[in-house]
Every structure is written in C-alpha cells, then in structure tokens.
Design a protein around this ligand. Structure first.
Ligand code: FDA
Length: 418
C-alpha cells in the first residue's frame, strides 16, 4: 500500500472511524474487486447461486476493456482454445478451468442471449455488431444474480479476520466471507489497469512473478526504424520465429514506430530484450525456386520487378535501399547472389529495440504465482477465502480470444467454490 502511495489500513481506519462516529458495515457473502471480464462473469455466477455479491470497480463503466476489444466487436473466445495457447511459469495450471468451462460453454451463453457472431480467422469469434452486447449480456447476468455493482469505488484497505475480509471503500465499510481479486493486469493504464491485485497478493504473502507487456508491437533501433519508416502501413504475410524456437505464421505490419500485426504481437510474448527475431517474408513461395522459374521465362526482367510479383512494391524498394536486393536483371544475378537473397528474405534477422510497453499491450505476462492457488477453485492455498482470477494471475493467452476465454474459465471455476 505504501508503495502505491496509499496509507496503511490502520491509519485510514482511524481517520474514517472518527471517535463517536457511527460505522455501518455492509455485509455480503462475496466481494469481487474488478468489474472487467473475469469479475463480471464470476459475480454473476456466484449471484445466481444465491450468494449476496458486491462487485466493485474504480472506473465509471464496467467492462471497459471488453468494449475496446476486437476493434469494438470483442473477440470473445477462440474455437481452438486449449492449454498449449497459454504462457505461464506453471503451464499445467490452466488445464482444469479451461476443461471445466470451455469455449463451447461461453458460445452457448452468447447464443442464449441471441448475440450474432462470426468466425473471422483462425477460430477467432467476434460479435457481428458490437462489444457492447457482451458487456450488456454480463450485466444482465449480474442482474439475474442480484449482484450489487458499485462503480467509481476505490478500495483503500483490506483486513482479514477469522471469518472474512473487511474492505475500506471510499466512504463505506464492507465485509464478506470471501474476496475475489479480478482487477486485471497492467496493460492499458488508460482503461483502469493498476497493480492493485499484485499488491493484495503481496499483502497476504503470495509471490508475484515480475510482469512485462505481452501481445505488444516492437519498437526498432533508430537507424533501422528510419530506413523502414517509409513502409508504415504495409502488411505482409510472414512467419516469425523467436530465439526459443516459437513460430507464428500471420501478418506482419510495418508502422511508424516499428513492427506490429498479429505475427509480431504473438511473438512479443516469447521475446526477451536483446534477442533477435527471424522474419520469413515469403512463407509460402520458395524464393530460389521462384527466381529460377522466372529467369527461364523472363531472363531480361529486373530482379526488383520480379520480386514485386511476390512482395509489396514498397517493401522491395526499401529492401533494395537496405542493400538486401541487388540492382540487376535476372540473367545478371549469379547463383551466390541468388542464394544470399533467398536467405535474406526467408531469414531476415531483426533485433527489436524493445516493445511499446503497457501503453498499447493487450495483455500482462507474469503476475500472481499459480503454485499458491488451487487450479480447481483459484483460492489461495494458505489464505482461505481469498481468490485470484483473470489476467492478474500468471496465465496469459495468445492473441485471438484466448485471454477472454481464460477470464471466463477462471471466473467460472472460482464461482463454483463461492
Ligand atoms: P480486466 O482488465 O478486464 O478488468 C479489470 C477491472 O478491474 C477493470 O475494470 C479495472 O477498472 C478494475 N480495477 C483495476 N484496479 C482496480 C482497483 N484498484 N479497484 C477497483 N477496480 C480496479 N482478449 C481477448 O481474448 N480478445 C480480444 O479481442 C481482446 N482485445 C483486447 C483489446 C485491448 C485494447 C486490450 C487492452 C486487451 C484485449 N484483450 C483481448 C485482453 C483482455 O481484454 C484481457 O485479457 C481481459 O480483459 C482480462 O480480464 P480481467 O477481468 O482479468 O481484467
């Protein structure tokens, strides 16, 4: 608390409870902190089981990230969601929750609310109309569970006694037997992201793995950035490989800050500072074989125009300025030059300068150490009644609906135990 500039609980309590002042403590069965994807769903499920639930958020709206997600259409799950699509220091942890509440369960809920959806690509499911429909659905589910939703509410302090947890909120005290932390990670502070959940974990003696931005664009060192800036807006199908051997085959987008697009966002979660990435700019067509065929048919054609049949013209021009493509005709290209060119285009090694960080990251890697949580209920093993769900936990998914599926699955698993 002190780190975040928040005074310790006792001093706050004494300031709040002035001598002689009457203090009313509102009692609930469950308090959920964070009305994002995981918190809304968990609160709704617990409420529908008959629990009296208080759901708190410091923002003025519930589900702010959901509203921003998927370009406003919310990529709410993925048909291929499975444990191998998640990063964690403890890769087995997510298995139980993902198996007990699956993408098909969430699709069923979406269908029950008559929300039209479509598969965009690679199993990614989006609303046909708007992400607002998913937020409205979750709010309706909360209403069905008679959840008390309190927005613009700051949690100033938490104390635990033998029976439960007392929360000091701005202007009120609330008590519940069970406390669920669903306050998310650090990505996009503009949407209410805060280190709150990590601080609570630390307060109760849980380990928190260092965090870093994931699903985030790369920035480039100045000389290369200046050379590639002319390509801003150009997108190419590519295969990207990280130094640990992880491979993603999706689009690469050049931006005025560096590299982005789905392939880059995916790979960023597997990249460590200082490492190189390998870019295959022609993942389908073998460049050597292509140039041999073209030379036979059009020996006097320029190499540049030939490659422009495979790659965007602006990219070819830029790679020529970088010295990767010789200025010559196909018949002038000798076999050594051709092999060097093929290798440069299939295995272009780029060393990112860094990432754009939490400001634009879709997810936060690291977080509450899952070895201290029950994979069945998300409860802290040594702190009865305290639960962590969603992104605050050290489980992060790939791009494409996997992170929301973790939010739904972990929230559901937790709610069964409340
Ligand atoms: P989430 O961040 O949703 O909610 C946490 C809540 O806690 C917030 O409402 C916050 O205001 C509140 N909070 C924080 N600190 C608090 C405090 N101190 N007191 C009270 N409340 C507090 N994933 C996906 O699967 N498909 C997609 O299409 C996208 N798209 C996408 C776009 C963008 C722009 C971003 C930033 C992220 C995505 N994601 C995504 C990732 C996805 O949004 C994310 O993984 C989930 O929202 C995580 O759900 P949680 O409920 O854990 O946190």
């Amino acid at each position: 608390w002190r780190e975040a500039g928040i005074p310790a609980f006792n001093s706050l309590q004494s300031a709040f409870l002035r001598p002689g002042a009457e203090c009313v403590v509102e009692k609930f069965d469950v308090i959920v902190i964070g009305a994002g994807a995981a918190g809304l769903f968990c609160a709704a499920q617990a409420g529908q089981k008959g629990r009296r639930v208080l759901l708190i958020d410091n923002g003025k709206k519930a589900g702010r990230k959901i509203l921003m997600s998927g370009g406003g259409r919310c990529n709410f799950t993925n048909l291929y969601a499975e444990p191998s699509a998640y990063l964690s220091h403890n890769p087995h942890f997510c298995k139980s929750a993902l198996a007990r509440y699956t993408q098909w369960d969430f699709i069923d809920l979406i269908n029950r609310h008559a929300i039209a959806w479509h598969e965009k690509t690679l199993g990614q499911l989006f609303c046909d109309d708007s992400a607002q429909q998913v937020v409205d659905m979750l709010l309706k589910e909360c209403e069905a569970g008679q959840v008390t939703l309190r927005l613009r509410s700051e949690v100033l302090a938490i104390t635990r006694d033998a029976d439960g947890y007392t929360l000091e909120l701005n202007g009120a005290l609330a008590w519940a037997e069970k406390l669920v932390i669903a306050s998310g990670g650090l990505s996009m502070p503009g949407l209410g992201a805060s280190p709150f959940g990590y601080r609570v974990a630390e307060q109760f003696g849980l380990k928190v793995f260092p965090t870093r931005a994931g699903l985030v664009p790369f920035t480039l060192h100045k000389p290369l950035l200046e050379q590639l800036q002319v390509l801003s807006g150009v997108s190419v199908p590519s295969t990207l490989t990280a130094e640990d051997g992880t491979v993603f085959k999706e689009a690469l987008l050049f931006t005025h800050r560096g590299l982005s697009g789905p392939a880059v966002l995916q790979l960023s979660s597997y990249w460590q500072p200082g490492e190189f990435i390998t870019v295959n700019l022609s993942p389908v067509q073998d460049i050597d074989a292509f140039l041999n065929d073209e030379r036979r048919a059009h020996p006097n054609q320029s190499l540049k125009n030939t490659l422009a049949k495979l790659l965007p013209k602006r990219l070819v021009e830029c790679l020529q300025l970088l010295g990767m493509i010789p200025e010559c005709t196909l018949k002038q290209l000798n076999s050594r030059q051709q092999l060097e060119l093929a290798s440069a285009l299939h295995q272009w090694r780029v060393q990112p300068n860094g990432t754009e960080g939490y400001r634009t990251a879709e997810v936060t890697l690291g977080g509450v150490d899952t070895r201290q949580l029950s994979s069945k209920t998300m409860e802290a093993r040594d702190v009865p009644g305290l639960y962590f769900i969603g992104e605050v936990v050290d489980v992060s998914g790939w791009l494409g609906g996997y992170n929301f599926q973790w939010a739904w699955s972990s929230a559901w698993a937790c709610a069964q135990a409340l």
